[in-house]
Design a protein. Sequence first.
Length: 836
Amino acid sequence: MGRGRGGGGRGRGGFRGKNKKGGDRRDVRTEPWSDIRRENALFESYYKTGGFLDEKEFEQMWKYMASDLPNSFRFTGTKADALAVREIFKKRYIPAITAVEFEGEPVQPPEPVKAFPDELVWHMKTHKKVIRRYKPFAEFQRFLVAETTAGNISRQEVVSMIPPHFLDVRPGMVVLDMCAAPGSKSAQLAEMIHGDEEERVKRAASNESFNATDDGDYSDDGRSTGLLIANDTDYKRAGMLVHQVKRLNFPNLIVTQHDASIFPSIEMPPAPGSTKPQYLKFDRVLADVPCSGDGTARKNPNVWQKWTPRDGLGLHNLQLRILMRGLQLLKKGGRLVYSTCSLNPVENEAVVASAIQACGGTSKVQLVDCSNALPELIRKPGLNQWKVLDTSHINGEEKINHMFTSYESFLNTKEKYEKEEPARQFSNKITRSVFPPVDAPSEAERIPLERCVRVYPHLQDTGGFFIAVLEKLDDIKVAQPGASSKGKAGSTDATPVPVQASEHSDATPQLSAEDAVPSAPSPTKRKLEDTEDDAASKRFRTETEDPAQDATNKDGTTTSEPVNDTTSSTPGPNGTSQTPQPRLKSESQSQKEYFEYLPKDDPTVSDILSFFGISPRFPRDRFLVRNKEGLALNKMYYTSELAKTIITHNKDRGMRFIHCGVVMFVSHKIKDKDAMKAPWRLQNEGIKILEPWAGKRIITCKSRDEFYRLLIEMFPKLPKDGSHELGEVGEQLMQLDIGCCFLRIEQDESQGFPFRMVLPVWRHPGSANLMVDKDDRKAMLLRLFNEENPRIINHVMEKAKEEAEKESAEATEEAEGETEAKEEDTEMGDAPVGTE
Ligand SMILES: C[S@@+](CC[C@H](N)C(=O)[O-])C[C@H]1O[C@@H](n2cnc3c(N)ncnc32)[C@H](O)[C@@H]1O
């Protein structure tokens, strides 16, 4: 509980605007969202006439599309903790909000979203002006902010929570999140990999029996053996990702920064008896790819202002390459979820179908029927047929909207215009791959695209989303996308639909004359077309894909993917073949981050572990430091065993690791440091990992009042002679030498402790201090004591202030010649450095 600090999920980063890598979708408008006209004729027309929904349902869907999106959030962390915070929320805030009336009507309180289990996901449709006006909402908002900061609540869009549920992650699995920033899905995946290990570790440490394999793999003495690699190509967004995942305090997590379409193969130690390196394969892969984001129109004004069909066309190739790389990295039998927040089939079904075909068809990769996952989620099947929209133009003017039903129809139209109107330009991103697959020779070979999942806004008042679940049935040899049967058969001609008047008639539903697009493409659009995919393909030309060979060993590793292999030919944009080049950049090209493990007999580690009486069963060889010299200087991080293996085998191979490990010990810089056996502080972040194995320096708190005092006062006094106000906790602290200790608080409803807590406390010569920063103290005071705006008393600061005031008064007196100067010792008591 209270797993540290950090912001909540801030929704989905996608592709649009300035960030050519598809990162930054932030709204940079100056006018309020409410003033934006939620109209875009071409956008509407495409979804109205493209065969997505029948007319009546389309109207309903579009009404939702143009309305505000409800706020949503989920309770996070271990299930027990999440349920406990949910209960506080339900008992304390829902009744108060339910009692509120607005304009004579009761307001709508937050409601659980039925599609998700255990009432852990909630949404709130109440208008902002109601929220601002009524106290119960203000109180609830404060709770939401405090718990989001403490890491117990994550604000996340409802649809964005779906993909991890479809991935079916179990503890012990090795998972890759290919496009992970800002990290809301990574947080869900990490929770799933973690499972209920806390309970099992507790049992393992106290030599009670526990099941290490029933619902996953907990064979690391109760700890989950799984791992999450969260990756994003964008430097800034990868930073946001680190910020988000750090607060999870999950030692089985690595953050990397790579282009997912050329994500490097991860080297693993050779199998026993062999000298050949092996390469890591993943049990699960999430490809939540950069997309046009047109399903986010309910919260993103850019969609209304700038939607063009070229957004999706420009991203198709990158999305396809990311998906295929994900499939290559997947274990045989493993599962991959492909998702976008776009409703455009060019970015969705077209990508999925092309990838399956490029991998060798349905005998190699199959779409999974996931109707059993989240059964309450209302959904629509994926499309087997769709049309491709393009807007041709002459120097940005004289625009014509075209709906093409097949690649041939596009080629015919283009050919016609090349003769009749050579200056007319079509998107150069239209390939076979963006069209529906043609009829397969047999049902077994047909790609059942209806198994994909489409979530439209009106179905349960959410944003729009697309999800496809893929299973790798066999090793794959990747062919060039576009070289498959997809689009081979001829189809009807495309219908050019002019802005002013229809040129031809065709069975294809036409876009109406009002569908005129803005007179000139916006700079953003041009950028999207000209830079994103071109840049991606340029990158692709210089950084090679994996070898096509893809033989998987029984343990899920492969022996056939050397990182710098330069011999394979790879699929390129528009079906071209690329000249392979070394894939990984040299270290000198990226900012150097150090990840060095301390030896298992490191004397500092030994001193600390013996100071806290840590069981010899606790691993001693997993402590990481982040300095070049590999020395225990300021901070020590703990990582899982698999994280260590990956880091040590790959850090000098050009892999860009940017985060790993949970901070466990921080050096304590105080005057009497030399007199101490272990001048290191336990950290709130890592304390829960270590505590089950500790045999010394443990104090327990059973009293609500004593805990309240520890929270509200920093450095409460513990004088050698004289009384203190810390009750039994104080008595236990008095028995300890100076240094850090564990404070244990067991779950006890009678004392208002709804869950177990373990927190670090420092025993000073004349005082004690709960080593929790002010924000976390405030969050705990609100959560446990319903204190809304507590004043935290800092005795040391107050003493220092008093001293300073006294000094300044004396200096004034001295200046006036009224008294002698008297040197004051403004010693900060025994305050530890940097605990606030
Ligand atoms: C839709 S967002 C991902 C949202 C994220 N999964 C979440 O739930 O918080 C897409 C992300 O892909 C990243 N991206 C764009 N191109 C990429 C590439 N070639 N490789 C890896 N990541 C990429 C963007 O920086 C962006 O953060």
